[in-house]
Design a protein around this ligand. Structure first.
Ligand SMILES: [Zn+2]
Ligand SMILES: [Zn+2]
Ligand SMILES: [Zn+2]
Length: 164
């Protein structure tokens, strides 16, 4: 399958998934941090041998989303995804075995799928494997809750030097 890396790949190690991110340059994780719609700069600036403004060590650093201050990857992650383990024990599990899960996501992530086609595939799979429907509903609820929590944590994500 043809894939494309996020423009911040060196930081996030994410490939773009075609279902959600087709035609974009950044993965969803990065979009939520650096997105221009959030007042961010878009693509991150990454510099080696730079003073981290948080731990003060000289390391490989990434720019804060809204200003020109830098933080090392570890500190930056801690600020941005502080609570990444949030409620992980309640994350819904795919109701069928790993092979089926892989097949399901491989089909959905076929490049160039139109939204209609995705909907069609989804409903075919939900007919064949009825538990998937419930799983998708539960999983979306879980993702929404996690997203809301991340909005609550927004103050942690500000640059500690200038507060932007
Ligand atoms: Zn990314
Ligand atoms: Zn640091
Ligand atoms: Zn700053």
């Amino acid at each position: 399958m043809e894939t494309q890396n996020c423009s911040n790949y060196i930081f996030c190690k994410n490939e773009l998934s075609f279902e959600h991110e087709y035609g974009k340059h950044m993965c969803i994780d990065c979009e939520l941090i650096f997105g221009k719609w959030k007042g961010g700069r878009g693509k991150a600036v990454i510099k080696d041998n730079t003073n981290c403004t948080i731990c003060l060590k000289i390391k490989l650093c990434i720019s804060q989303p809204k200003c020109d201050h830098f933080a090392c990857f570890e500190c930056f992650r801690l600020c941005q995804y502080g609570d990444d383990t949030y409620d992980i024990e309640n994350k819904p599990k795919f109701p069928y075995d790993k092979d089926i899960e892989k097949q399901y996501y491989d089909v959905l992530e076929t490049p160039d799928l139109e939204i209609d086609a995705i909907e069609e595939i989804r409903s075919e799979w939900e007919t064949k494997y009825p538990l998937i429907k419930q799983y998708n509903i539960k999983n979306n609820e879980w993702e929404d809750k996690k997203f809301e929590k991340s909005l609550d944590d927004e103050n942690l994500q500000l640059c500690i030097v200038c507060g932007q």
